[in-house]
Write a new protein. Structure first.
Length: 195
């Protein structure tokens, strides 16, 4: 069984050759929201409605980096939230499924829309509602705090927890596997690309 990493260990990519190999063929990243893009906490106001969700800025930048190399992102989540819709709009995530009861049905609809196979997707989830779609993915990803059943089937478990950079870690993995990380880093530093 894969072990989630603690702050006292490292998560070297060379220790995960299967994840690197699988990430090299990925064409889309599909994300759950609560526990993946957020820390899983939901705050309710006095009116009983959801009033707050926190998103990690580095996760958003990682998504933008993937989009810059032609890897699109999608969201499939069981909850409906205006905050999720606003964040996805801000990140220009075009394929957003909220209030989903059966994630497998949503995945089928997504695959029809984008004309890809499930094996070309990286999917990140953290709990039982994600298991069925994770099992179909070419690359199965879990944040550090994911339920043990999700961790058992994951090809890669992030060092970071959901809502605290787990998605960015996955984006970096995909960028590295596809040979795009170093070039993007040099650009961020204002340096010319190496030849």
């Amino acid at each position: 069984m894969p072990v989630a990493f603690t702050p006292h260990t490292t998560n070297p990519l060379k220790a995960h050759p299967q994840a690197l190999e699988r990430a090299s063929a990925i064409k889309m990243l599909v994300l759950d929201v609560d526990g993946v893009l957020t820390n899983g906490q939901v705050f309710f106001g006095p009116d009983g409605k959801e009033m707050l969700k926190g998103f990690d800025i580095q996760d958003g930048y990682g998504i933008q980096l993937l989009q810059s190399i032609g890897i699109s992102c999608a969201v499939i989540t069981g909850r409906h939230s205006k905050m999720v819709l606003a964040r996805c709009d801000e990140l220009q995530i075009k394929h957003v499924f909220t209030g989903v009861k059966d994630k497998n049905t949503a995945l089928e609809e997504l695959l029809k829309r984008i004309n890809l196979k499930a094996s070309e997707l990286a999917i990140m989830g953290d709990d039982w509602p994600d298991l069925a779609i994770l099992l179909r993915a070419g690359l199965r990803l879990a944040p550090a705090q994911a339920h043990q059943e999700v961790c058992q089937i994951a090809h890669y478990i992030t060092h970071a927890k959901g809502g605290y950079g787990a998605v960015r870690e996955v984006c970096d993995l995909i960028l590295k596997a596809q040979g795009q990380y170093d070039e993007r880093l040099l650009s961020a530093k204002g340096l010319p690309a190496s030849s």
